[in-house]
Design a binder for this molecule. Structure first.
Ligand SMILES: NC(=O)c1ccc[n+]([C@@H]2O[C@H](COP(=O)([O-])OP(=O)(O)OC[C@H]3O[C@@H](n4cnc5c(N)ncnc54)[C@H](OP(=O)(O)O)[C@@H]3O)[C@@H](O)[C@H]2O)c1
Length: 261
């Protein structure tokens, strides 16, 4: 029986690379994103790579699309092994200039949609003893100037994922939190950015390729991992904020000064 994966944000970047990585293993991949044409293109790539593809275009912040995505996946394949909550968007602005409506929009996509999809998919995931992948970020643990609106959404996703992992353990459903650092995708082009400024970034944050990140995610699902930090940069930053919070706060202020605050 085929391995079935639902991926949100599958038309671009990390989501597309994930779809192709699972396709190469012969998986059935259910693809979600708003733009139908791009989704159809990825579906064709998935089929060419040896997988089965079911594109379901729609907006994951809309309940009807979330329900349709789960129903159509189950209707087509009768099972669900992995739900990848990958669709997400950045929002970079000084905290004092955050627009509440934009913040709510980002939270609906980065926080509410992943939780709601986990709720809707829990029965087939339980039957398959499957995995929920939550694509967080190093920004789910560490902050930089102007990153508050985006980082706060990923901090929330981290807390919900940690809770969900504990609550689902008795069902045999795993929750894998993925923390990429910078990845070479159109993510910044798609982000809400005030004054065309994403703020000062720490040195050493070389972008990874989405294919490399996707390969690591697929292997982490195989291994039953609970957390995946995708690069040395992420591991170092993650360690620094935990073991040296004082110096991390100092460094944060230094980055803010360099960003003109
Ligand atoms: N790239 C990075 O540097 C980086 C670093 C750390 C974490 N991440 C995380 O990785 C994930 C994927 O990012 P990426 O870099 O691959 O970004 P991306 O290339 O911009 O892709 C985003 C995907 O999400 C879809 N999407 C956006 N809004 C949606 C909505 N309302 N409903 C359904 N789909 C929607 C987009 O398609 P449509 O626009 O057609 O809907 C697209 O397929 C995000 O959660 C992001 O926070 C990225």
């Amino acid at each position: 029986m085929a391995f079935v994966v639902v991926i949100t944000g599958a038309s671009s970047g990390i989501g597309r690379s994930l779809a192709l990585a699972w396709a190469k293993r012969g998986a059935s991949v259910v693809l979600s994103a708003r733009g139908q044409e791009a989704l159809e293109r990825v579906a064709a790539e998935v089929r060419a790579a040896g997988g089965d593809a079911l594109p379901v275009a729609g907006d994951v912040t809309v309940e009807e699309h979330r329900a349709a995505l789960c129903e159509r996946a189950l209707g087509a394949y009768g099972r669900l092994d992995v739900l990848v909550n990958n669709a997400g968007r950045g929002y970079y602005a000084p905290t004092l200039e955050i627009e509440p409506e934009k913040l709510e929009e980002i939270y609906r996509l980065n926080v509410v949609a992943p939780v709601r999809l986990a709720q809707l998919a829990i029965e087939p995931l339980t039957a398959a003893k499957g995995t929920i992948v939550m694509v967080s970020s190093i920004a789910g643990l560490a902050v930089a100037p102007r990153i508050g609106p985006y980082a706060s959404s990923k901090f929330a996703l981290e807390a919900l994922s940690m809770t969900l992992r504990a609550e689902l353990a008795s069902r045999g459903v795993r929750v894998l939190v993925v923390r990429p650092g910078p990845v070479a995708t159109p993510f910044h082009e798609h982000a809400v950015v005030i004054d065309n400024d994403v703020g000062y970034r720490p040195p050493g944050h070389k972008a990874q390729s989405p294919d490399e990140v996707a390969g690591r995610i697929v292997r982490a699902v195989d291994a039953g991992s609970e957390v995946l930090e995708t690069s040395l940069f992420v591991k170092a930053a993650s360690l620094a904020v935990r073991v040296a919070p004082g110096p991390a706060r100092w460094f944060s202020k230094r980055m803010a000064r360099r960003s003109g605050f």
